[in-house]
Design a protein around this ligand. Structure first.
Ligand SMILES: Nc1ncnc2c1ncn2[C@@H]1O[C@H](COP(=O)(O)OP(=O)(O)OP(=O)(O)O)[C@@H](O)[C@H]1O
Length: 449
């Protein structure tokens, strides 16, 4: 670590000049606050140790200046006249620690070891966030067709408020991405966004996951655990698949949303949390209310605003941009305006996408792996796109007899299997003999005609 040491005591300056390098750190020693600020303007430091009482500019003023010049720096305050006021001032300026003089070198070494650990954790966290972002593909909502623009417009209006939002849409259409976009455009953007998949949590664990538990609250609760509502403090909790929440939990969630107070399992005290709630579902909540499986009061509480994310079928105009964007998650080669052949793009546009953008993302990943050099061609797409081609041919061919239809399916299966008839028969679920009989019968019919 590179350390800035600022103190007007000459003997301390000398001591640090020799001892800090012996501990393995490089150091710049300054005799007063103004020189320290000048050093901060010139280079970056991992940590600064500043004396509180220095001529010209005191330690707190130096820290204040450092916060704007080098926001990442860890600050340690040193003083020969400790007082409650100076300790509070140091805390307010987010000082890492507060040392009283005279300090033992062993204490300073221990303290710098802790600073180094914190720097390392911060770096690891930054690297992890970077990896998570890369894996999730960032939070950019791709799509500029009318339907998607309406969604973006609504997001920009609701994001800055603190209202609850209910995001609706088919599976894989981008509900979580919309939740991220709402969080990122809100005043809570610097605080955590905590996604919870209510459908993936076992019923007996939901309460402790959301609200936490005390040690010994139930068999197996060997240690206290912080719930996700507390983890999201100051930020947003995203309750995905809210329709899957059991009725008993719905009642508890409603209470939390109304009071902002949570109670850890096994605790007698409540804790107040400041968390914005964004929920999502692909289920028909109104129908669930009618069926008695979703509480009406909870539905009213969570849907102050509703954002409906269109299915991919409803916005085919976004498929080319989305396909290019998703391909760029895996491939950086090729030229942006020639990433897919016309045939491949036609197949993508003709598909119905029941799994929406997630299905498109999977298809593109598959193609990105298979395709050696871009553009992606029709053959790089998964096999079921061939079946889709069949559906398109049927749709376009006008009236057909059942026999014609059967022959078309046989022809395409043989093509797909590169002329391998046993494989085609297996795919069609018939014996090889039946396949030959049908092909021969069709040939005879053709010749007779
Ligand atoms: N408009 C979009 N722009 C870019 N990527 C998108 C878009 N919509 C969805 N995706 C991508 O598609 C995948 C699925 O999206 P997401 O998880 O947000 O869907 P979901 O509706 O929350 O799914 P589920 O219903 O299964 O919870 C993700 O990889 C996401 O990045």
């Amino acid at each position: 670590m590179h350390i800035l040491f600022a103190d007007d005591e000459k003997n301390l300056q000398e001591l640090m000049r020799t001892e800090l390098p012996r501990m393995g750190y490089s150091v710049t020693v300054c005799p007063d606050g103004l020189t320290a600020v000048a050093a901060l303007e010139k280079e970056s430091f991992d940590c600064m140790i500043v004396d509180l009482d220095m001529p010209g500019m005191n330690g707190i003023e130096v820290i204040e200046k450092a916060r704007s010049l080098r926001p990442e720096i860890e600050a340690v305050v040193m003083t020969g006249k400790p007082s409650q006021e100076t300790a509070i001032a140091a805390l307010r300026h987010q000082a890492f620690d507060y040392l009283t003089k005279p300090s033992r070198l062993a204490d300073i070494a221990g303290l710098l070891g802790r600073v180094a650990e914190r720097r390392q954790s911060k770096r690891k966290l930054a690297a992890l966030s970077h990896r998570v972002k890369a894996a999730e593909g960032g939070s950019t909502l791709v799509g500029s067709g009318k339907a998607m623009n309406a969604v973006k417009n609504l997001i920009s209006k609701v994001a800055p408020t603190d209202s609850s939002v209910l995001i609706r849409g088919e599976t894989g259409c981008g509900k979580e991405l919309v939740a991220r976009a709402i969080h990122d455009a809100s005043l809570r953007a610097d605080q955590p966004l905590v996604p919870v998949n209510c459908g993936a949590l076992p019923e007996n664990l939901i309460e402790s996951e959301l609200f936490g538990h005390c040690k010994g609250a139930f068999t197996g609760a060997d240690a206290a655990r912080t719930g996700l509502f507390e983890v999201a403090e100051g930020g947003t909790i995203f309750l995905d698949e809210i329709g899957e929440l059991p009725l008993a939990m719905q009642a508890k969630l409603l209470r939390v949303l109304e009071t902002g107070d949570i109670r850890r399992l096994g605790d007698t005290q409540t804790v107040h949390v400041d968390v914005r709630v964004v929920c999502a579902t692909h289920r028909d909540l109104e129908q669930m209310v009618e069926d008695g499986t979703f509480r009406e009061d909870l539905m009213f509480r969570i849907n102050t605003f509703e954002v409906s994310v269109p299915s991919l079928r409803q916005r085919p105009e976004d498929i080319p941009t989305l396909a290019r964007h998703l391909l760029r998650r895996h491939r950086s080669d090729g030229s942006d305006d020639n990433l897919f052949t016309d045939e491949a793009m036609e197949q993508l546009l003709a598909h119905r996408w029941p799994g929406n953008v997630r299905e498109l993302a999977n298809v593109i990943e598959h193609a990105a792996i298979l395709c050696e050099s871009l553009p992606i061609g029709g053959d790089d797409l998964p096999q079921h796109f061939g079946k889709r081609k069949l559906r398109k041919e049927i749709a376009e061919s006008g009236p057909m007899t059942l026999r014609d239809l059967e022959m078309l399916a046989i022809k395409r299966a043989i093509e797909r299997n590169d002329g391998n008839k046993p494989a085609a028969a297996e795919e069609l679920g018939v014996s090889l003999k039946t396949l030959y009989n049908k092909v021969n019968a069709a040939e005879e019919k053709k010749q007779a005609a």
